[in-house]
Design a protein around this ligand. Structure first.
Ligand SMILES: [Cu+2]
Length: 292
């Protein structure tokens, strides 16, 4: 979908201001930010906890890393709200996700007010979970989409958990694309083996971007990939079929990216905010690459 160029310029300017402010403060002033351990070591805690925030009803953090080598395969989800919430696995969007998304089957749990549940996630891969009291799986995009009248809007009550470990049979190349007429990547999750390449093709008319924020967790965006912006030309600029960006991932890890033309990165929540004029708002134009 066409977006005025000034939006992108404004986003870059905004990012520069935020970066400057953060540098000036020496720490984030966002009250939503929490570092539960108080530790600055870049390793995953042995037993990570995801908190369902009392005010926003969002899962924080959005992305959690579980490292069995560091002590376990369990994740605790704590419900800080005064009403019950649910945790359900997001149905697979595509067969290409079979090997590495929700590898332990369906999860469907209720968390009592003030209570917690513990998930034993013994199989390596990505676990994509959401709270159906706050969000739904959108039929068209197959993404988790927040309900319009909830406290966390425009963010969706979604949690992505990466359990480290070897996943056999990952391909050396994977394809993703921008859907024609939409500000949306076709696949939320792709995976390649270390040294593998991902190819994003753009079927839309205008340009989109594959932009990786700096590392914000143990093993999350562990290395610089591409030129920092990575424009994918649309059919307007690369007629008749649109352009591609191909990126090679030589460092294993979980990579999170978004399109700078249609989303901004919120460094308090460590996830992307969809631009209100993006076609699938409030779903942000984002995606994940698992490299193992
Ligand atoms: Cu875009």
């Amino acid at each position: 979908m066409r977006t005025p160029f000034f939006r992108f310029s404004a986003a870059l300017a905004g990012l520069a201001v935020v970066t400057a402010l953060l540098a000036a403060c020496g720490s984030t002033s966002n009250a939503a930010t929490s570092t539960s351990t108080g530790s600055s070591t870049p390793t995953a805690p042995a037993t990570p906890t995801i908190t369902l925030d009392a005010t926003t009803h969002l899962f924080e953090p959005f992305i959690t890393v579980v490292d069995p080598a560091a002590g376990g395969t369990t994740v605790t989800i704590l419900n800080n709200d005064t009403v019950a919430h649910q945790v359900q696995s997001v149905p697979l969007a595509d067969k290409s996700e079979l090997a590495f998304v929700n590898p332990s089957g369906t999860i469907n749990r209720t968390i009592a007010p003030g209570g917690s549940i513990t998930l034993n996630l013994s199989k390596p891969g990505l676990y994509d979970l959401y709270d159906p009291t706050q969000a739904a799986v959108d039929k068209m995009t197959r993404r988790v989409k927040t309900k319009p009248d909830v406290a966390g809007f425009p963010h969706a009550a979604e949690a992505v958990i990466w359990v480290k470990g070897t996943i056999p049979g990952l391909p050396g190349t994977a394809k993703n694309s921008v859907v024609a007429g939409q500000d949306d990547f076709l696949l939320d999750f792709v995976a390649v083996k270390t040294g593998g390449t991902v190819d994003w093709h753009n079927y839309d008319t205008d340009k989109h971007y594959v932009t990786f924020p700096d590392s914000f967790g143990p093993g999350i965006n562990p290395a610089k990939v591409g030129d920092g912006l990575d424009e994918i030309k649309g059919t307007d600029d690369a007629p008749p079929k649109g352009g591609d960006v191909k990126l090679t991932f030589t460092t294993p890890g979980l990579y999170y990216y978004y399109c700078t033309a249609h989303a901004d990165f919120d460094s308090g929540l460590n996830r992307a905010n969809a631009h209100p004029d993006a076609s699938v708002f409030p779903i942000p134009m984002e995606g994940f690459v698992l490299v193992d």
